[in-house]
Design a protein. Structure first.
Length: 95
């Protein structure tokens, strides 16, 4: 009998409407998960997918922000957490 993909796959897929990161700036969000993958558009770099809730709805956003990647890796054990994404000069950060 064939196996079900969900029984052996270790990839997590995120549901939700896609929003641009600048659409959630300065808004309180509930960060529920993230993934970091190698970029196909910019060779040698990575991109971040953030899964979050805003106003009770599931969303995802994509960014190349190294600061956000570092913060999520550092505080992964605290997921899910509530935060506000801020833009300071040219960099994004959780606060």
């Amino acid at each position: 009998m064939p196996e079900r993909f969900g029984d052996f796959a270790d990839e997590e897929s995120f549901d939700g409407e896609k929003l641009r990161l600048d659409e959630v700036l300065n808004k309180e969000i509930l960060v529920t998960g993230y993934k970091i993958k190698d970029s196909h558009q910019k060779k040698g770099t990575q991109y971040l997918t953030i899964h979050f809730e805003l106003e009770g709805k599931q969303h995802i956003t994509f960014t190349g922000s190294i600061v956000l990647m570092d913060q999520l890796k550092k505080y992964e054990s605290h997921l899910p957490f509530i935060s506000i994404v801020k833009k300071i000069n040219r960099h994004y950060t959780f606060s």
